[in-house]
Design a protein around this ligand. Structure first.
Ligand SMILES: [Fe+2]
Ligand SMILES: [Fe+2]
Length: 150
């Protein structure tokens, strides 16, 4: 799988988890487990994506701005995740903050797919895109493990 297909696969999982969480209530088992899954997924995806994809894109003059923008958004999402982690899931504010994060996540993955991937496809060869996909697959499980332990 090339890097674009592989990242899209994760993005679809993120979209699905965000949607599922919107339909949960209060401090329930379901909300807790879905939130834990999404949090690990978002952080592990962002780290592996930076290692496999953005580290390469950053080396290209045409890719520097996109890389900076994406890494900044990853950081913003991490901060939003931390805020949510410290809020009572039973409080109404939890869902309000979650909806903001979900909105951010969707904007971010849409932008990557609609703008950054087409740009990267002009920069990297098919072989390079495949290699980046392999690097991602190599890094992602280690990042998941790290996030689960955190
Ligand atoms: Fe990203
Ligand atoms: Fe992504």
């Amino acid at each position: 799988m090339n890097i674009y297909e592989r990242l899209k696969q994760d993005h679809d999982k993120q979209r699905d988890l965000c949607e599922q969480i919107k339909h949960t209530r209060g401090d329930s088992v379901k909300r807790n487990s879905l939130w834990k899954e999404l949090r690990v997924e978002l952080e592990a995806h962002a780290s592996a994506e930076e290692q496999a994809f953005y580290s390469e894109l950053m080396k290209e003059p045409e890719g520097t701005d996109e890389t900076r923008h994406a890494v900044e958004e990853h950081q913003e999402m991490t901060e939003m995740i931390e805020v949510l982690d410290n809020l009572d899931m039973d409080a109404d504010i939890w869902m309000k903050k979650f909806e903001k994060l979900a909105h951010r996540v969707i904007h971010h993955v849409d932008e990557e797919e609609a703008e950054f991937f087409p740009k990267a496809k002009k920069i990297f060869s098919k072989e390079e895109a495949k290699e980046m996909g392999e690097t991602f697959d190599d890094r992602k499980p280690a990042e998941v493990k790290k996030q689960k332990a955190a």
